[in-house]
Design a protein. Structure first.
Length: 478
């Protein structure tokens, strides 16, 4: 069993002199993964097989995230978290981060492989992940991006948590229900309190862990083919009846299913701690008979072939605006919002006679850091956005990149409005606006508080007028 809770932990700062890895001893081999600003290679360092992340640094803010991740990686020592070996700065815009090489790939790959997976093996993997979370939470660290793709496997399929770019310290107080922190993570695994911009704590990791358990039990990806789709009208709560129907079809040990269900509780105080999850699974593993299925043999060649072209899985992505890379947060700061004073314009898109409000905003796509500058207008039907204002003025129909119609919007049960301001603590996101729809929350960011208030009031008014026009009286904003 892992160690009990210890005194408050603080990751050390990663300074310039800490980029001390000798790049001359490093040899890069094939690509095993790709990100927005990074490429991960298999490599060799001092005769040891390693993983090498070639991390680009497009701006100072992203470098801050990188240094934070490196500080955490260097400060933790457990076989349940990926081992940090070293880092070096190739130049001012490129960093190499070297960690241990996990030959088994990530847990998502194993789940989707089709290989027979016995319940004792699945419980063992789940217990290892819980132990990694327990280690972090004992040291006042919250991961904030727990998902199957961030669980790596060694040659014996033992799990290790990775990707600590969103991790941070937090402080637990007596009866602590959470604290305000930045909205980060992956939509399909994200706890409801994070989606709604509410205070949260380490129990957000437990919700994400519950999604991992559901994926491990069902071998289905959340957000695909109707599995674990959570909607704003239900407060992004998991439908327990649908969950039970899907998971029971796999005939899991009842205790395994019950733990998954508890981790996915809507209220964070109802979720177990990481230590309780570990103890729960430890008891379960002792009760299980040995698997009749043989443990899958790690085939490195097949894994490398699969990871060279990783599948794109994102249920909540905005299909009308799927940028090829993450937007830099610094772009938000540089955004300016200028109105077009031409209310008589008749060729705005949709059925409306004209538009009510227009200007530049920064619009969030399907990923947490995918923010793109767009020219957005509002007419009688909803919101429509363009790459540039000139595109709208020259040809509003053909140049339109996408729309968010009032018919797609929905007032969630926790609110009386379809649109409201939300507080993003990260620099440049403090004037963000959240618009609730039937599929997910949408976000745009204005450069100042006054413009954000204008978008909120106009969108709420426009939605109310649309409801009146279409006799949806019960949906009118209060």
């Amino acid at each position: 069993m892992a160690n009990k809770r210890i005194s408050t932990f603080q990751a050390t700062d990663f300074k310039d002199e800490d980029f001390a890895l000798d790049v001359k001893e490093l040899k890069l081999q094939e690509v095993i993964g790709k990100g927005a600003f990074s490429t991960v290679h298999k490599g060799v360092y001092n005769s040891k097989t390693v993983a090498v992340k070639k991390q680009q640094i497009p701006d100072d803010e992203l470098e801050g995230y990188i240094r934070k991740e490196l500080g955490i990686l260097r400060s933790v020592k457990t076989d349940k978290l990926v081992e940090f070996i070293g880092a070096c700065k190739v130049n001012s815009k490129l960093v190499y981060i070297v960690t241990e090489y996990c030959i088994g790939g990530n847990l998502r790959r194993l789940v989707e492989s089709g290989d027979p997976l016995g319940w004792r093996l699945r419980v063992s993997i789940a217990k290892g992940v819980a132990e990694g979370l327990m280690y972090m939470h004992d040291r006042d660290l919250i991961h904030r991006d727990i998902k199957t793709e961030n669980v790596l496997l060694d040659n014996d399929l033992n799990p290790k948590l990775c990707d600590f770019g969103f991790s941070r310290n937090y402080v637990i107080g007596k009866n602590d229900k959470g604290r305000p922190m930045t909205l980060v993570g992956t939509d399909e695994f994200m706890a409801p309190e994070i989606i709604f911009g509410m205070d949260y704590n380490e129990k957000a990791d437990i919700f994400s862990y519950g999604v991992v358990l559901a994926e491990l039990i069902s071998r289905k990806s959340p957000g695909k083919n109707g599995f674990l789709i959570r909607e704003p009208r239900d407060g992004f709560e998991v439908n327990k009846e649908n969950l039970q129907q899907v998971l029971s079809a796999e005939s899991p040990p009842q205790s395994f299913y019950l733990l998954c269900e508890e981790c996915l509780s809507h209220e964070l105080l109802d979720r177990p701690s990481a230590e309780e999850c570990f103890n729960w699974l430890d008891d379960l593993s002792n009760d299980l008979e040995p698997d009749t299925e043989s443990k899958p043999i790690v085939n490195e060649e097949a894994i490398l072939q699969q990871t060279s072209n990783p599948p794109s899985v994102s249920h909540f992505s905005d299909n009308s605006d799927t940028p090829s890379d993450f937007g830099s947060l610094s772009h938000i700061i540089d955004t300016t919002l200028s109105r077009i004073v031409s209310p008589t314009l008749q060729d705005a898109p949709g059925r409306g006679a004209g538009y009510k409000l227009a200007g530049y905003v920064v619009k969030r796509g399907g990923r947490i850091k995918t923010w793109k500058r767009r020219f957005m207008i509002m007419n009688d039907d909803g919101l429509h956005y363009y790459k540039h204002g000139d595109d709208f003025k020259s040809n509003p129909e053909l140049s339109r990149q996408g729309s968010l119609l009032f018919s797609e919007m929905l007032i969630p049960p926790t609110s009386s409005t379809v649109c409201e301001k939300v507080t993003f603590l990260a620099t440049g996101k403090k004037n963000s606006v959240r618009i609730m729809t039937k599929s997910r929350a949408r976000y745009v960011c204005a450069p100042d508080d006054k413009q954000a208030e204008r978008w909120v009031s106009n969108i709420n008014l426009g939605y109310s007028l649309w409801c009146l026009k279409h006799e949806n009286i019960s949906k009118i904003v209060v």
